[in-house]
Ligand binder design. Structure first.
Ligand code: 3PY
Ligand code: MG
Length: 252
């Protein structure tokens, strides 16, 4: 199965991703049916472990949205297991140097391009019988730049072979620069860091992504040149919808 996210990157078409923190196959299914290019199961900050991630990936893979995951760290075993569970892309947090990026990419690629172990389980069901032949080309690898070291090394990280893109965590990046965590940073130093990461990705013809806290913020990031945006997560959407419902019902 071709990864339509890779095609969109080649065609310079922005990717709009859903972001799941609620451990539910049902909410995964609901969001996967709303037109997102991909749906991310967040195992870093979401309330989600491997056992919940599997039915969520199953729900997403019954739709046209591509199932991806954000892992908790760059530990290879966990990401290999999620790839086996059918994730077609991995977002890895806290990539700080070339070695981090290489360890990450290697875990997502079968030899000779990496050290991913063979046992693709649901990968085969989702990707098709020829999964093993095409997995190295179809699995999307996105490294997060959100530490000071990562920012300093961003040009070298962006150049790592097999790394498909960079993704900014604005909260951690703000913290790393000594500021309060913010989803939509306004501090000039953080704003400049974001521009630097975007440019580093563009210089390598790789996709630049960023977490956003609203649809309007995501639209602005696309206009700025980002090719992968997240217009909020499930918990934020539910919170907003709940608030609006109460306010609307009490409108008179
Ligand atoms: C951050 O803002 O640090 C993130 O990782 C967003 O998901
Ligand atoms: Mg982060």
């Amino acid at each position: 199965r071709p990864n339509t996210l890779k095609q969109r990157i080649r065609d310079n078409q922005p990717i709009v991703s859903a972001w799941l923190s609620i451990p539910s196959g049902y909410s995964a299914e609901i969001l996967a049916r709303q037109g997102f290019d991909c749906v991310n199961v967040d195992l870093q900050h979401g309330m989600i472990g491997f056992d919940h991630a599997v039915p969520m990936l199953q729900a997403i893979s019954a739709t046209d949205a591509i199932p991806i995951v954000r892992v908790g760290n760059s530990e290879p075993a966990a990401m290999m297991k999620l790839l086996d569970a059918g994730a077609y892309g991995v977002i890895c947090p806290m990539i700080s140097n070339v070695e981090d990026a290489q360890t990450f990419v290697s875990a997502c690629r079968y030899p000779p391009h990496g050290n991913r172990s063979f046992g693709p389980a649901r990968g085969l069901l989702y990707g098709g019988a020829d999964y093993a032949k095409h997995a190295n080309d179809e699995i999307l690898t996105i490294g997060m730049i959100e530490t000071r070291e990562g920012l300093d090394n961003v040009d070298a990280i962006a150049a790592v072979d097999g790394l498909d893109g960079l993704f900014i965590g604005p909260n951690d990046l703000s913290l790393a620069l000594g500021k309060a965590p913010m989803a939509e940073p306004t501090d000039p130093e953080v704003v400049a860091a974001i521009a630097k990461i975007l440019e580093a990705a563009q210089n390598q013809a790789k996709v630049a992504g960023i977490f956003c806290s609203s649809p309007a913020a995501a639209a602005k990031r696309i206009a700025q040149g980002f090719g992968f945006v997240v217009p909020g997560n499930d918990a934020g959407m539910l919170t907003q919808a709940g608030r609006n419902a109460v306010a609307g019902a009490r409108a008179n």
